[in-house]
Design a protein around this ligand. Structure first.
Ligand code: PAF
Length: 273
């Protein structure tokens, strides 16, 4: 497995591999890898990639001033071992200084799908995501890139960026990987105390039960169940799964998205109907 820190070196290697006919997959991550990330690597393998490039970079540009950039968990050594084990053929560990050169001044803004949901609560977040992902696409020349469905809005925003900026690659969205309890896997789960972890399970439990016998029938009822479980709801919304436009009545073709605080930890989850 190749290990790169310098963007130019990764770019040169990927370009050479591409010219040699290799099918390249990119799996962008912020590290502290868990089963969810590993499922993205396995998905790349399943789709026949010759080279699977995993980027591990806690991207400062997508964090707001009062967010958890500094405390975001990091473990390079464990990430390398997990990448190797899962079948990655290259890992890219850039530093903020070599991704964002002095006086960096070009950003990518998606201006439609980013407006609501997390985009409304985390100003500048998707601008940071689009910018770093566009840079990764230019460095790795992937034939396809794999993202997780847990970050549903992110996946839609990136698909739109690829379409609108004519990036020549396919976006693959892999299903959410859950802990045994149902909690969606996230590097941020590590912030949860054992008691909070139990409370957090209410998100997936209520989302999965939504619309069924015994589950909430309306978004207001879903919100109430989450609050009753001790979570502070940031949003509970139903949107068109493609356009992300709000929909009053949840039905097939919609996505229900939840963001909620469990203690100080902000968790997200979703379900496509
Ligand atoms: O989903 C993430 O981990 C990040 O937003 C991404 C796509 C790696 C960009 O930094």
């Amino acid at each position: 497995m190749k290990i790169f820190q310098e963007p130019q070196k990764l770019q040169k290697w990927c370009r050479a591999r591409k010219l040699a006919g290799a099918k390249i997959a990119l799996v962008p991550t912020m590290g502290y890898l868990h089963d969810g990330h590993l499922s993205l690597i396995r998905e790349a393998k399943r789709r026949g990639a010759d080279e699977i490039v995993v980027s591990v970079f806690v991207n400062p540009v997508q964090f707001g001033p009062n967010e958890d950039y500094e405390k975001y968990p990091r473990d390079e050594k464990a990430d390398l071992a997990k990448c190797r084990e899962a079948g990655a053929t290259a890992v890219f560990f850039p530093t903020p200084a070599n991704m964002y050169l002095d006086r960096h001044s070009v950003y990518v803004n998606e201006e439609d799908l980013s407006k609501g949901l997390c985009g409304a609560r985390r100003p500048g977040h998707f601008r940071g995501v689009c910018t770093v992902v566009a840079k990764l696409f230019n460095l790795a020349h992937p034939d396809f890139a794999v993202f997780g469905q847990k970050d549903y809005q992110q996946a839609q925003v990136i698909k739109r960026m690829v379409r609108d900026l004519n990036f020549d690659l396919k976006i693959v969205v892999a299903p959410i990987v859950r802990e045994e309890s149902g909690l969606a896997r996230s590097s941020r789960n590590t912030y949860l105390s054992p008691e909070e972890r139990e409370r957090a399970v209410a998100i997936s439990r209520n989302l999965m039960a939504f619309g069924s016998k015994g589950g909430a029938k309306t978004l207001a009822a879903l919100r109430k169940s989450l609050e009753k479980a001790g979570l502070v709801v940031d949003y509970v919304e139903c949107v068109d799964a493609e356009t992300l436009e709000p929909r009053k009545t949840p039905k097939k073709g919609c996505c229900i998205l939840v963001a909620a605080y469990c203690g100080k930890t902000r968790l997200i989850d979703n379900r496509v109907l």
